[in-house]
Design a binder for this molecule. Structure first.
Ligand SMILES: NC(=O)c1ccc[n+]([C@@H]2O[C@H](COP(=O)([O-])OP(=O)(O)OC[C@H]3O[C@@H](n4cnc5c(N)ncnc54)[C@H](OP(=O)(O)O)[C@@H]3O)[C@@H](O)[C@H]2O)c1
Length: 255
């Protein structure tokens, strides 16, 4: 029987104070994991940790603020997680940013660097730390959140899409290198109703184009990402490694 249980496992989820990260953390906790929520704002993380503890019990969530692109913050996140929780079985790299919406060719290097810092370099740094300090010896599962934009270009989101294509190749490369002791997989969401994507789904023209292309006629709701995340980090996906699971209702990116 497929085993989706995550009891006794500890999961770090970045970008977990709201949106897709919070939904993933709730899904992992619902299946038994103890979750470490991380993003920049401690108060928002504590609010989400309280939601999880109310639903799933005391001691099931802790909040550790860290900037997802900065090595000293990420090192402290790993050290503090090991100190307080004793292990790291699951890492979900989910924090993301998109400071620029416009033609790629006109972008300045500051927005290029900022986007890469959080969306790709940070995923790499945290993965390296978690593998060095725990998973390399004990095994584990890593899940990276990319985007359908990493699979095909969309207008005005060039830098973001390039970082997400990088996340997909980071996933495939690490899945090979880590030899299955640490499985590494990736989610590629289409458009979901979160604060991050509000500039897209809140724009009637863009929303209309997305819905026209989408056979389900709607965008994703954050809770709808949780099942895919639980599957990929659980033993139910024991032979799934280096894969990209698209969650877009069948619509392609459609922007
Ligand atoms: N929503 C969509 O349609 C969609 C589609 C495809 C892919 N994605 C991807 O899904 C992931 C989550 O996005 P979302 O839609 O859930 O966004 P969201 O609701 O805005 O949440 C973003 C989360 O990331 C945190 N964060 C942002 N910048 C950070 C930084 N520098 N360091 C640490 N944490 C940071 C935020 O908290 P703080 O601001 O407090 O740090 C928040 O917890 C992103 O990687 C995004 O690219 C989203």
């Amino acid at each position: 029987m497929p085993d989706f249980q995550l009891s006794e496992r500890v999961a770090i989820v970045t970008g977990a104070s709201r949106g897709l990260g919070a939904a993933i953390a709730e899904g992992l906790a619902e299946h038994g994991a103890r979750v470490v929520l991380s993003s920049r704002k401690q108060a928002d993380l504590e609010a989400e940790a309280a939601v999880i503890e109310r639903r799933f019990g005391q001691g099931r969530a802790i909040a550790i603020a860290a900037h997802a692109g900065r090595e000293p913050d990420l090192r402290r996140l790993v050290e503090e997680t090991l100190g307080r929780m004793g292990r790291i079985d699951i890492l979900v790299n989910n924090a993301g940013t998109n400071p620029y919406f416009g033609p790629l060719i006109d972008a300045d290097l500051g927005v290029w660097d900022k986007t890469f810092e959080v969306n790709l370099r940070g995923y790499f740094i945290l993965t390296q730390l978690v593998v060095r300090f725990w998973m390399g010896e004990h095994g584990g599962a890593i899940l990276n959140v990319a985007s359908t934009g990493g699979l095909r270009p969309s207008p005005l989101l060039g830098i973001y899409d390039i970082t997400k294509a990088g996340v997909i190749m980071l996933t495939r490369q690490l899945a090979k290198e880590l030899g299955g002791k640490v499985r590494v997989n990736c989610l590629a969401p289409g458009l979901f109703r979160t604060r991050f994507a509000q500039a897209l789904w809140g724009n009637p023209e863009i929303l209309d184009r997305v819905l026209q292309a989408n056979p389900m006629g709607r965008i994703g709701e954050p809770a709808e990402i949780a099942g895919a995340a639980v599957f990929l980090v659980s033993d139910a996906a024991a032979y799934v490694n280096g894969q990209v699971l698209v969650l877009d209702g069948g619509g392609g990116e459609g922007l």
